[in-house]
Design a protein around this ligand. Sequence first.
Ligand SMILES: Cc1cc2nc3c(=O)[nH]c(=O)nc-3n(C[C@H](O)[C@H](O)[C@H](O)COP(=O)(O)O)c2cc1C
Length: 204
Amino acid sequence: MILKTIKDRRSVRLYDENKEISDETISKILEHGHYAPSSKNSQPWYFVVIKNKKLIHKIMNAKTPERPEGKNLLIDQKEFNETNIPKAIVAIFFEKRRSIFVDPRFYGGKVKSYFLNVGGFAYSDLVNIGCVLQNMALTAHHLGIGACITGDLLETGINPEIYDWVKINKKDFQLVSGIRFGYPKNELGGKPNREPLNDRVKVI
Ligand SMILES: Cc1cc2nc3c(=O)[nH]c(=O)nc-3n(C[C@H](O)[C@H](O)[C@H](O)COP(=O)(O)O)c2cc1C
């Protein structure tokens, strides 16, 4: 079952505009995201669930330093209409005080030089968020919901205004990624496009 869920999951970018996602379903997705593994069980994530339609529109239309004036975040999708608009977005923040670099519960708050520092965090601090994203994407798929991890949408620095929009303090939190959800507009088709596994493996 889990193997099928992993293989059948696709990134879904077009949504059924007539079908809302229930709060119960969103809670399930959050709960299973929260069950992700994390370095030292630090659980450094903080979720902001964005259901407000106006704000979702604003985010999906946001102009960013990365994108020329007048182009929105969905530029690659050729068209912008209601089917591009997810029913919910979960913005995933990293809570800085929970970094294994600084949280005294883990290493007495001492910076360990062998943790790769990626802008004030240990590398593994951010990997944790990746585990959450995958849990959420798989849970959504299992529940019949389409999901698309959207680094482009919310990545730190690309859209700095997002902190104000969701009333999150930039001093204490770092936005890492977003994931958007909606019931799929179309059947999830086709096999995933993956290069041959053998080209990516070495056994010694
Ligand atoms: C970290 C990360 C960031 C991503 N950012 C975006 C994005 O900004 N926009 C988007 O449409 N898809 C985004 N994706 C989805 C990928 O494009 C997608 O996973 C990939 O093309 C493989 O397709 P599949 O998920 O259907 O197997 C992202 C995926 C990951 C893991």
